[in-house]
Design a protein around this ligand. Structure first.
Ligand code: THU
Length: 130
């Protein structure tokens, strides 16, 4: 299934009663399969999780460690941009050239790479050999 339609479909399952902002994310992993996630809010708001985090967790649970493509969709006026924390989460499993398509339900899209979304990312390289 193409990432855009997978993200659009899983967005319907989002639990977003507080923000009323449903988000869907779909990523293709190194195995070629598509893993999806949606935002899951909580009445104790810091406990909520983003759509991207759910998709990454599904991928890792399936035994995969490499993201090759990502799409995120929401019903906003502008293509939805991953939050700072999710940019770092994506960078854990995606090389800097991996494309992230940000989309609106209305059909607008914007594509940026993981490296563009998180320039100067903290990475294992900065920790040196341990
Ligand atoms: N949200 C995501 O799930 N992904 C994004 O890329 C941006 C924001 C969620 C978090 C929260 O449930 C709601 O959108 C409003 O911030």
């Amino acid at each position: 299934m193409p990432l855009l339609s997978a993200a659009r479909a899983v967005r319907e399952n989002a639990h977003a009663p507080y923000s009323r902002f449903k988000v869907g994310a779909a990523l293709r992993a190194g195995d070629g399969r598509v893993y999806v996630g949606c935002n899951v809010e909580n009445v104790a708001s810091p406990e909520g999780t983003c759509a991207e985090a759910g998709a990454i967790a599904a991928m890792v649970a399936a035994g995969q460690r490499e993201i090759v493509e990502v799409t995120v969709i929401a019903d906003g006026p502008l293509p939805v941009a991953p939050c700072g924390g999710c940019r770092q989460k994506l960078a854990e499993f995606a090389r800097p050239d991996v494309p992230v398509t940000m989309a609106t339900l209305a059909g607008a899209t914007r594509v940026m790479s993981v490296g563009e979304l998180l320039p100067g990312a903290f990475s294992a390289a900065q920790m040196g050999a341990r």
